[in-house]
Design a protein around this ligand. Structure first.
Ligand code: ADP
Ligand code: ASP
Ligand code: MG
Length: 411
């Protein structure tokens, strides 16, 4: 008997009808002779609604209480799903994160899963039950409820699949798989049959919200066969696995993007050996997550350092920098808002040195100004103005032959 972990996202359980539909999909899997552990997200947009309620009460609600609040969303969907299964004659039980033995680090709002004690789940499976687990939550050492960050139910599912040694982990969502780029943004986006863990991890980290980045990390580290599928359409999805050959002559697998980027420049820092480390230690001590960094030396013993941050933390970043102005000895700060990051990702880049050049060519031909760049072995990221983001994605999608309408050239 194989054990399968399935995860159903918010849209897949947004209504009573959808929950009943999910129950049918689970029953089909059980009828094929499998043990099933199911992870659910909160219904529809209910996590957003809970966050909105909190914001109506406080601008800066306590992180502990936020976790107490948002963790309730998954408790609603898990119990309704267990009831739907029971109603259809299947023995089922729902468990919160802590009941399921999920231990997290002692952080609120974005905790990592540290360990899972699967005793209770395996005991229920042994009595023939379908086990439903609340996604996106666990318990800290101090017995506090902690959540795993937005989209974290994917990580609950993959972590459980790893710990339970499941045959595979299936992520059911509102699209039929992982596409070359977000199919809601680019009509010609093409569904991928497969994508490697490394490429998917880059895509997820660079903004492709279809999978929570930490879920891909878990899948890679523990070799969990992972598949993204539709909870509505019964079609094959996308496999995420160790090695995936590039199709035809393609160099790029996909395009990821995220809006809400701000570039901050610290002007007139002393051009000294310790300047970079002093600046970024100050920022990291204040939990400020910096992305792309550029340094420009002015030739007069001063240097300017630019970095990009999520626009949401701009005000806080400026406050922290001002607080340390005397210590860091800079002259002034400037910033540029309304920027976006557009990234191309693909293992084909490792052996094709011209990919970045082609990306810049295509963007220049389309009058899209690049403000910052960063590269790794399998990605090139550019910071562009937000208003040019969609056209940047579209022209790159076409230039790198990712379009569904273009036949893939085979060698
Ligand atoms: P769920 O609630 O099921 O977890 P999410 O909204 O978190 O669903 O993830 C699915 C969404 O991810 C899709 O509706 C799509 O808009 C978005 N998405 C972004 N990039 C991609 C991509 N490359 N392939 C597929 N979907 C993507
Ligand atoms: N409900 C949480 C969210 O909306 C977790 C998840 O759906 O994965 O972010
Ligand atoms: Mg999600």
């Amino acid at each position: 008997m194989a054990l399968i972990v399935q995860k159903y996202g918010g849209t897949s359980v947004e209504s009573v009808e959808r929950i009943k539909n999910v129950a049918d999909r689970i029953i089909e899997t059980a009828q094929q002779g499998n043990e099933v552990v199911v992870v659910v997200s909160a219904m529809g947009k209910s996590t957003d609604e809970l966050i909105h309620l909190a914001k109506c009460i406080s601008d800066q609600p306590s992180k502990r209480e936020m976790d107490m609040l948002v963790s309730t969303g998954e408790q609603v969907s898990m119990s309704l799903l267990a009831m739907a299964l029971q109603e259809k004659g299947y023995d089922s039980i729902s468990l919160t994160g802590w009941q399921a033995g999920i231990a997290t680090e002692s952080v609120h709002g974005n905790a990592r899963v540290m360990d899972i004690d699967p005793k209770r789940i395996t005991a229920h499976l042994a009595t023939g039950k379908i086990v439903i687990v609340a996604g996106f939550q666990g318990l800290t050492e101090e017995k506090e409820i902690a959540t795993l960050g937005r989209g974290g139910s994917d990580t609950t599912a993959v972590a459980l699949a790893a710990r339970l040694n499941a045959e595979k982990c299936e992520i059911y969502t509102d699209v039929t798989g992982v596409f070359t780029t977000d199919p809601r943004v680019v009509k010609g986006a093409r569904k991928l049959e497969a994508i490697s863990y490394d490429e998917m991890l880059e895509m997820a980290n660079l903004g492709a919200g279809v999978l929570h980045p930490r879920s891909v990390e878990f899948a890679k580290n523990y070799d969990v066969p992972l598949e993204v599928r539709s909870s509505i359409e019964k079609v094959t999805g996308t496999r995420i696995e160790e090695e995936v050959a590039m199709e035809g002559n393609l160099m790029v697998r996909g395009i990821a993007f995220e809006d809400n980027v701000t570039k901050v420049t610290v002007h007139g820092l002393p051009d000294e050996m310790t300047t970079l480390s002093a600046l970024f230690t100050t920022l990291s001590n204040s939990q400020i997550n910096v992305d792309i960094i550029i340094q420009n030396t002015n030739g007069n013993e001063t240097t300017d350092i630019s970095f990009s941050v999520d626009s949401e933390i701009l005000t806080y970043t400026l406050e922290v920098l001002s607080q340390y102005q005397d210590q860091l000895k800079f002259d002034h700060i400037s910033y540029e808002e309304n920027l976006a990051k557009v990234s191309i990702v693909g293992s084909g880049m490792i052996s094709n040195p011209g990919v970045a050049a082609k990306m810049f060519d295509v963007l220049a031909e389309n009058q899209i100004k690049v403000k910052m760049v960063s590269t790794s072995e399998i990605k090139v990221s550019t910071i562009v103005e937000s208003i040019t983001m969609i056209s940047a994605i579209e022209c790159l999608h076409e230039a790198f032959e990712l379009d569904a309408r273009q036949p893939v050239q085979t060698v």
